[in-house]
Design a protein around this ligand. Structure first.
Ligand code: 13P
Length: 335
């Protein structure tokens, strides 16, 4: 594998003012979202929903890469065309979630560990043949009274780094996603301290496992107060805490940072991304964009609700949310 290729893919994913679309919800997560809206939790309805997404008019104007799930990368439209081929025709790079989800971490009550290294090289080789050029692995860090522990941060960071180097060996750009959850009532400062520790540990492990920073993308959380915190800080405060932390922890050789939305409202996720670009224009060494799932999809999913007659309107809402985030990436969004 020519390293230059990884760099080119990463650069293309970060190009212009576009972002990534996470449409890689596992079957369990997708079913959970469907259940809340009384949508049948079947393979056919999951296929219909992803069909709606990939066929959204103008999607490629806002989205450079779409992250798929194993079930989805094998699925086709109602007319029998593989989703991957539709994406490629639109110039959207197909990606694939390869972790096997976060589970309770033995020996560490209240913490999670993400698994999926077994057979990963072979699975990635297959996904490459199917057209995937980037991948995602999400590690979960929980803020609680006695968490996160350094044992859990280190274990998750090591697994992220092994995943990343295996991706690069196969010619796939790894998205490295250490998510500090926003569940809880902790302050912005606590989230900043934890994120700082997590990112330093992750980059140390990436270095030790010989990952080329130029051929990867970081997918972090924004630094935000817990969802139940009494004090909900302004978008400007979130922007300052987040970018100042990254300037200390994320090497300048990393080409791009693409945020997860993590349960923020679509509006807040756009407003905060916008504030970062307004306040740190020309001061960031990396491209900074979005890789949202819920903050782009939720209004469209609610509008669709499983009914064919709502497809066009749901697609309009999906495009609208993605488009708004491209404006935020230019620092020109007004809520
Ligand atoms: P959210 O934007 O809904 O947090 O999802 C992003 C993601 O890909 C989590 O792994």
């Amino acid at each position: 594998m020519e390293f230059q290729n990884l760099k080119d893919i990463a650069k293309q994913l970060m190009a212009g003012n576009k972002g990534l679309l996470a449409m890689d919800e596992s079957t369990a997560t997708c079913n959970k979202r469907f259940k809340a809206l009384n949508i049948p939790q079947t393979e056919e309805y999951r296929r219909k929903y992803r069909d709606l997404i990939v066929n959204t008019p103008k999607l490629e104007e806002a989205i450079s890469g779409a992250i798929l799930f194993d079930e989805t990368i094998r699925q086709s439209t109602t007319n029998g065309k593989l989703f991957v081929d539709i994406l490629k025709e639109k110039g959207i790079i197909p990606g694939i979630k390869v972790d096997e989800s976060a589970r309770d971490m033995d020996g560490f009550p209240g913490e999670k560990i993400t698994e999926g290294l077994d057979g990963l090289h072979e699975r990635l080789t297959e996904y490459y043949k199917m057209g995937a050029r980037f991948a995602k692995w999400r590690a979960v860090i929980t803020i609680g009274e006695n968490t996160p522990t350094s044992g859990s941060i280190k274990a998750n960071a090591f697994l992220l780094a092994r995943y990343a180097i295996i991706c690069q060996e196969v010619g796939i750009v790894p998205i490295v996603e250490p998510e500090v959850l926003m569940d809880g009532d902790h302050s912005l400062k606590t989230c900043a301290d934890v994120t700082n520790e997590v990112l330093h540990t992750v980059f140390n492990q990436l270095y030790q496992q010989r990952v080329n920073f130029e051929g990867m993308i970081l997918k972090p959380n924004m630094i935000v107060p817990g969802i139940k915190a009494a004090q909900q800080d302004s978008a400007d405060a979130v922007a300052d805490a987040t970018i100042n932390c990254f300037l200390r922890c994320v090497p300048a050789s990393v080409p791009g940072i693409a945020f997860l939305s993590g349960g923020q409202s679509p509006e807040l996720a756009s407003e905060r991304l916008n504030a970062m670009h307004v306040r740190f224009k020309d001061k960031m060494p990396w491209a900074l964009t979005f890789s949202y799932s819920r903050a782009v999809q939720q209004p469209a999913l609610e509008k669709w609700g499983g009914s064919d007659e709502n497809i066009a309107e749901a697609q309009r809402l999906l495009y609208e949310r993605a488009h708004i985030n491209t404006i935020a990436r230019d620092g020109k969004y007004t809520p």
